[in-house]
Ligand binder design. Structure first.
Ligand SMILES: Cc1cc2nc3c(=O)[nH]c(=O)nc-3n(C[C@H](O)[C@H](O)[C@H](O)COP(=O)(O)OP(=O)(O)OC[C@H]3O[C@@H](n4cnc5c(N)ncnc54)[C@H](O)[C@@H]3O)c2cc1C
Length: 433
């Protein structure tokens, strides 16, 4: 079961919603979307606009938008760091990935312009940074790839990073001009607010199981059943637990902490920097961000965790490592400034490809974006609705030009493999956590 909690600062910045409806009866609809994060909200919005005379039901196990879509770090990425893209074939692959990111940025930009959404949108780019000077090689290699593909980027040393970030922790960094920082929960909330009238949102209604009989999809919930002609699964980290492409994706639990706003004096003590966001050079290093309202966000864990969502006690343990992460970078700040710590669930595939598929007649799924779901989830949500409508757009062609996810071994080998890899990456990034 997934339960809402009050641990995430992004969500606590918003007013509570009042018009919450849960599924209490049996229903029939033309379209059913499971999962109301960026993907499901975007799919439902698209369907609602395309089929104004049809009934679309959107269900979520918790409050809509309050899963990972409101709990992430808020980087709308144009590029992500990958080691070893040297040959032309690999460069081609990387380009395919960034083409999708580009579409993702454009679709979110169009959404916020069309609906006049205030989500603290800041086109300030982002940094990839490390305290380890030997990571310069990785960054130079990455910088080459970015330059070949036309992404503006700039290698920076300790002094320049100190000026821009207010910390002397980092010795080498690469600033990439593209990429946007935003408030993830404000974006998710806006997607709920603009759902068309023919989209019926049912919250706190967890899909328990589903099957197909004579082309009708039957979904069972605690207090009712929904029969639908077509279904879209948009549950991301929960795809596997619903039996969707279960040999191709796996859930990972991340945790993050946010401080209170720094006081004027504290902010001055770190040089009053402008808003910024740093991504780690080593995969398990910390993502760390200075928000518009002078809060520091840090995410430095990724684990196989059962249950997916962490208890308060487990979060408190992660919070200690996040406090240390902040202290390492900003020793002048007080110890007790963390305001909230929360967990969120993402979905991964073995080869970092995403899921975007018709998995059976009238059954579709989209997910597995790792750290790029803000843009790619919004894009995939809209495009899976179009694919399910038998449309073939230029975006679908670009999405489907990417490699498909590769097969994963069964349990217990899978969890053993993932845990070993995570331990290895965590050790390799020890200084960067
Ligand atoms: C700490 C953290 C930091 C991140 N940072 C970034 C970042 O900076 N940039 C970025 O682009 N991405 C980031 N991500 C990833 C991003 O949040 C996800 O890729 C994105 O939220 C995926 O959107 P989604 O709609 O597919 O899935 P979700 O937002 O996970 O939504 C899926 C929904 O399905 C619902 N659901 C699950 N099971 C059921 C069921 N049985 N019945 C009904 N409903 C169900 C869930 O309640 C949930 O609301 C981060 C994630 C985390 C956790």
């Amino acid at each position: 079961m997934i339960i809402n909690d009050k641990y995430c600062s992004w969500i606590n910045d918003l007013n509570s919603r009042t018009d919450i409806k849960t599924l209490q009866t049996n229903e029939y609809c033309e379209w059913l979307v499971i999962g109301a994060g960026y993907t499901g909200l975007s799919a439902a919005r698209k369907l609602g606009n395309l089929y104004q005379n049809q009934k679309i039901i959107l269900v979520d196990a918790q409050l809509a938008g309050e899963g990972s879509s409101s709990r992430n770090s808020g980087y709308l990425v144009d590029t992500t760091l990958n080691d070893g893209f040297i040959s032309n074939k690999e460069l081609d692959n990387y380009k395919k990935k960034t083409d999708i990111y580009d579409l993702g940025i454009n679709v979110v930009r169009k959404f916020i312009n069309e609906h006049k959404v205030d989500c603290d949108w800041n086109e300030c780019g982002k940094y990839f940074a490390s305290s380890k000077i030997e990571d310069e090689k990785t960054l130079r290699n990455f910088s080459n790839i970015l330059s070949k593909l036309g992404f503006e980027n700039n290698l920076l040393r300790n002094n320049e990073l100190l000026k821009r970030l207010g910390t002397s922790f980092y010795n080498i960094g690469l600033h990439t001009k593209g990429g946007i920082l935003l408030h993830p929960a404000k974006l998710a909330r806006a997607m709920i607010d603009v759902l068309p009238d023919n989209v019926f949102l049912k919250e706190n209604s967890s899909l328990l199981n589903w099957n197909k009989k004579n082309d009708v999809i039957i979904c069972n919930f605690k207090n009712g059943q929904i029969k639908s002609k077509k279904i879209i699964f948009a549950t991301n980290g929960f795809l596997k637990s619903l039996g969707i492409k279960s040999n191709y994706n796996f859930p990972i639990t991340l945790t993050a902490s946010m401080t209170r706003s720094l006081t004027d004096e504290e902010f001055k003590s770190i040089g009053s920097p402008k808003e910024w966001g740093v991504l780690p050079v080593r995969p398990m290093g910390a993502t760390i961000r200075m928000t518009k309202d002078r809060k520091i966000l840090i995410r430095n864990t990724a684990e196989v965790h059962n249950p997916f969502k962490m208890s308060k006690t487990n979060l408190e343990k992660r919070s200690i490592s996040q406090r240390i992460g902040i202290k390492k970078r900003f020793p002048q700040l007080p110890d007790d400034i963390i305001q909230s710590t929360w967990s969120g669930i993402v979905s991964r595939t073995r080869n970092s490809s995403q899921i975007f598929e018709k998995i059976d007649k009238n059954v579709f799924a989209a997910g597995c974006y790792n750290g790029s779901g803000i843009g790619v989830g919004t894009l995939f949500g809209e495009q899976i609705a179009l694919k399910a409508s038998n449309e073939n757009t230029k975006e679908i062609k670009i999405i489907e030009a990417r490699n498909k996810p590769t097969w994963l071994p069964p349990q217990p080998f899978l969890n053993f493999g993932i845990k070993t890899r995570l331990i290895y990456e965590r050790l390799r990034a020890k200084s960067e956590i």
